[in-house]
Design a protein around this ligand. Structure first.
Ligand code: SF4
Length: 342
């Protein structure tokens, strides 16, 4: 069982201490006996302990930086939401395929922002611009926010904030099962709580440092019992020996464990495995013994934004993946909604 995240080292920006959450976190980490250092900027942390890149990378991922979010312009977050809600950046997990490895580059440490009220005020402005249309916010674009929220409770605050809004909805996804403190949040059905799931093979070989499948499913049950709209992201869907039976077992287990009826239909979002050339380089550096196969000859190239394309499965493999996974969903969860396959 993966224990709730505890940082090995904490950095705090002095101006973060002007916010109540900054003070609370400082006192909390002092009580926990964790080394605390000062930093002038949450973007400037360097010189992590370690004799080589490999050790430094691991130590950086165990480091939490408490800072103030300066940029209050939100990124877009298609296809699952209109905007990303920036509560934190970085993750303690070690998923080999994780896109944060490339997007965060030399800053793999975890940053949490204490100016949550200012971030939520900005969300209010975005909602006002689009009202009466609903604006959806995704809180897990740049981190696994649930994985650190037992320390900060920023996500809980955001859940209750959206619980009181008429024109906004919150969503996030997690691979962590540490959800107990979120169960009594006054969500009013306006937050969709999603879990990222995969078959046993992918979780075993590529998702180190995250909660195991059965733990995530147990957490999903609790979340469903707490009345949250529930969803699952199956990603990355990955072809390996025996994948069809292995994914079938995933849906069978899910079906056996979850309540037969949920208040709101369960949603499934389906994302096939993809990689970019820069991502492949970073993965091979950070996880040199990974079994993750990234063979361009077995994929097709899809042009992306900013001129950086990605390698996805060939048409016939893609069609088989979609048909197989959607077939299992229709069989085991006939009332569920498949939001997209990409
Ligand atoms: Fe990346 Fe999510 Fe894994 Fe964290 S849990 S390393 S955010 S894929």
């Amino acid at each position: 069982m993966v224990k709730p995240f505890v940082p090995q080292l904490v950095y705090i920006e002095p101006r973060a201490l002007a916010y109540p959450l900054g003070q609370t976190l400082k006192q909390k980490f002092e009580r926990m006996g964790i080394e605390i250092r000062e930093t002038t900027s949450h973007n400037q942390i360097r010189n992590f302990p370690g004799n080589n890149d490999f050790q430094k990378y691991r130590n950086a991922k165990s480091t939490l930086v408490v800072g103030v979010r300066k940029t209050l312009d939100f990124q877009s977050s298609k296809p699952s939401a209109e905007y990303a809600l920036p509560l934190a950046t970085g993750c303690m997990g070690h998923c080999h395929y994780c896109y944060l490895q490339t997007t965060m580059g030399s800053k793999p440490y975890i940053r949490t922002y204490v100016n949550v009220d200012e971030i939520l005020e900005r969300a209010d402005q975005y909602m006002a611009e689009r009202a009466p249309e609903i604006t959806r916010f995704e809180a897990a674009c740049t981190s696994d926010i649930v994985g650190i929220d037992h320390l900060t409770h920023s996500l809980k605050k955001a859940i209750e904030f959206f619980g009181e809004r008429d024109f906004g909805e919150l969503r996030f996804v997690t691979k962590f099962a540490h959800v107990d403190h979120l169960l009594d949040a006054r969500h009013n059905g306006r937050t969709r709580f999603r879990f990222s799931l995969n078959d046993e093979y992918v979780i075993k070989f590529f998702e180190a440092g995250t909660s195991r499948l059965i733990e995530r499913i147990e957490a999903a049950k609790k979340v469903s019992d707490a009345g949250y709209p529930l969803g699952f992201i199956i990603a990355p869907i990955y072809i390996h020996d025996g994948w069809q039976e292995s994914y079938r077992q995933l849906f069978e287990t899910l079906h056996d464990q979850l309540p037969a009826k949920t208040a709101v239909p369960i949603t499934f979002e389906l994302i096939q495995h993809r990689f970019t050339v820069p991502a492949k380089r970073v993965i091979e550096k950070n996880y040199p013994n990974s079994k993750l196969v990234m063979d361009k000859d077995e994929r097709r190239y899809k042009w992306g934004r900013y001129g950086i394309g990605k390698y996805i499965y060939k048409k016939e493999d893609e069609a088989l993946l979609q048909e197989t996974i959607e077939g299992y969903i229709h069989y085991y969860f006939p009332d569920a909604v498949v939001a997209y396959f990409t």
